[in-house]
Design a protein around this ligand. Sequence first.
Ligand code: GCV
Length: 710
Amino acid sequence: MIAATGTALTPLSAPVARAEDGYDLWLRYARADAPRGAGLAAHATAIVAAGTSPTLTIATQELQRGVAGMTGTTLPLSATIQQGALLLATPASTPSLPVKTDGLGSEGYAIRSMTVDGKAVTVIAANSDVGLLHGAYHWLRLAQSGESLDHLDISSAPKIGLRLLNHWDNLNGTVERGYAGESIWDWWRLPDWKGPRYADYARANASIGINGTVLNNVNARSDSLTAPYIAKAAALADIFRPYGIKVYLSVKWTAPMELDGLKTADPLDPAVAAWWKAKADEIYKAIPDFGGFLVKANSEGQPGPQDYNRTHADGANMLAAAVKPHGGIVMWRAFVYAHDNPDDRAKQAYTDFKPLDGKFADNVIVQVKNGAIDFQPREPFHPLFGAMPKTPLMMEFQITKEYLGQSTHLTYLGPLFEEVLDADTFANGRGSTVAKVIDGSLEGHRLTGIAGVANIGANRDWSGSIFNQADWYAFGRLAWDTSLSAEGIAREWTKMTFSSDPKVVQPVVTMMMGSREAAVDYMTPLGLAHVMGTGHHYGPAPWVSDLARPEWNPVYYHKADVNGIGFDRTKRGSDAVGQYAPVVAKMLTDPRTTPERDLLWFHHLPWDYRLKSGDTLWDGLIHHYDGGVRYVADMQTTWASLKPYVDAERFAETEAFLTIQHREAQWWRDASIAYFQSVSKRPLPAGSAAPAHDLDWYKAQSFPYAPGHN
Ligand code: GCV
């Protein structure tokens, strides 16, 4: 390593060997081979950008950076149109704009190959400079992926308005469920020190269309609403603004009591409402385009309006009134379950929120996790989707992989996101997909949103592993356009992250596409859920049965005994199926018509129950565990074959992480089988090996320092 000293400086002209450490994400702009580089250069001879603004500057600099990286040539800015130029224009900057921008909204764009003044050019048109920035990133994505830049005729506009990251970042720099190091927000040194990483963060998000970020943990501290912390948030907002990204804050319900000694946090108390109004005014003075508040209330020990016998709607509407004059919104989370409620945990959010349909103010949106428990490797879609037609609902996905292998397992989340978005709620007949609920088209809502719990930290590679970057990327792309396929997104990402050589793209995409299903198989096959280790959620612990709240115990979720396994959520059991639309409920009532992937989520079945494969439930369960481990071994083989095509640093990291994943998949399989066999008392099917250790060995493992756990 060369240390920079006052005397021994590296000459500026010397080539700098840069390691592929993942910092550049999917914006690497690697040098294209000669034919592709020549094609690219012909489509990018100059930039003609009408107007000036910080956003337009970012767009033109990004195009210059991309083209320089891919071709080695500097793209000049030009005032006149020339052959091969890239034209960036809005109707305001260019009244004679030859491309229609109707229907593109304030963020969308069109890209057209056309002839202007007798010159073949590419026009990027939009109604705003932020739209142009999104268009520039689209063009660069095509260029990086080796797609044709001829005959372009693209129009793209997001259907979902709020496309946000939720950071579960604490003010002390830790990240709840973060597996990529400390928080990237250097709260301590903000607002004076604004490191370059903040702009890089905004750039990465803008490149995939994310337009908002909630800076702090939903398990919020009141301090984030004090003047010094508002100033810190404002500094970040200033950096993000030209990228089209707004900031939002999570708030703690009792902040008026904690910060200013109010006697109550009752939402119907005028003093409480006045406090929040004044707080909102203070925030908007510092951050004029502040997005609004995110609230976790009456959930997992957080205070909320129910502490004062008020409803979630009472609470949300009071906050909504405070931000409304400024154009702000409130995102009120539906992730609630109570320790004194004996009902099935999977039912509680619906029970609390469904009666409130139509009772929320028009600047409130209810944020619902994709499933009714908590970001499990697989959950059926949340029954609230489609069940609150008079209330806008936004999706909450978890990008950070609390339950899916954290930083080391390669478990591409694209298929999980896609599965949920495509799920049919039947709320308004066939085709009432979750995607149509959250984009507002099913029920006619204008306030629409989707949030992803970020997997970003201060690690050099942002996400804790190269492949975890794909989950961030996939979230953004699907948030922009829910109709994209997880596979297509994986292909785009692979081309930009590694190479557009089919020898790389095909195997990597194949590996990614089956990887989440493999994790389901080795962790929670056939609809099992929440059998992870207590607190840290790292590794298997299906035996845990001694925690204070019933629903904290894995045994609550699988209910395995000598006769069978699974949670009966039919009418005979908790009747959670009754929370779905009648067509769906009917399908889920019968194990034969329940998708097998969700079988044990909805049914308690005897071990001899016959699966579609002909296996008994017991044998099938074991076969799923085996299949999951085998898939990881296959990924190791595939990855090894890619060594000649991948740079040493990223190859080695992935190779090492796959080794960890294989060891842990085996551990998951063995520990789960050791436990379930201790209750089922059944022999393993032929060909399935006995676990490496006895059950006591697995039970004795302890992980006090597993990351991400407060
Ligand atoms: C932020 C799960 C996680 C918690 C998280 C919570 C939530 O329970 O384990 O860490 O808290 O979900 O979404 O509020």
